[in-house]
Write a protein that binds this ligand. Sequence first.
Ligand SMILES: [Zn+2]
Length: 298
Amino acid sequence: MKYYGLRNQGATCYLNSILQALFMTREFREAVKSCSKHHKDDINVQLNTLFESLKKKTSETTEVTKTLRIEKVYEQQDAGQYLEKILSDVSDEASEIFKGELIHRTVCDQCGSHTDDEVPFFFLSLPLMDSKNGNYSVEDGIQEFLKDVEFCGEDQMYCDECKYKCDTTVKYKLKLHPEILILLLKRFEYNYHRMSYSKDSRAVDVCYTIDLPENQTYELYALVEHFGSLTGGHYTAIIKSEDEDRWYEFNDSSVTLLSDHRIQRKFENFTVYHKLTSHSFYTRSRSAHLLFYRKKSK
Ligand SMILES: [Zn+2]
């Protein structure tokens, strides 16, 4: 299959990158197609029209930006924010593919009683930190995300059983593993000292295969990268084609098949490690921002 690009309307590379990742997610493309039959002029229809066009030619996103009420096409926006908007707007059938569920368990350290809150998510926002033992990886980020949080001292929480404020632990557990797991590396953070957003360009090891608790394995098939500064930067996407197991780079209207040599450059140590174990296939990246992983059947 030949792939086509999306024309940039000014600074809409953030949108183009996530649209290509969604287009290359077969389950999503099919869900949007079946839903667009029942609805008339909503986001499902616009996406389906765009996806049908993308199968044949370089395409325009003007109808999609209109539906998403993006007026300032010359202003760069946050890709994660618009991905969330699209997934919230499409039919449940289409968004379900990405929907996972976390349990937030609040445990009183005093009496041991607990309450559970179910929290649905479309993606997990992973904090970027310095790793104690060398390189920080996506798996470190997941561990950090799911780490117990203690509320002591001034942060104590009221316990319904004890009837007073106690030291409390909040535990996180994945209840529902989504078909497609999206991870967002938090590169854009508000800096309270500078009173503005800044970009964190530290290197992160993006593993090709990750294991989540409950013994669930996921495989990387798309990553959206952000290059350059916070406001004037550029987004592109690298996506693996499901039919042919080859990686393509989507950069607005241009789509390039990545040669082995370029994949090697993109994914550091690809050949060496890939031969040993697919687990160790990773890319050390300062630009990776959104990662799409597909659940592996057990
Ligand atoms: Zn208690």
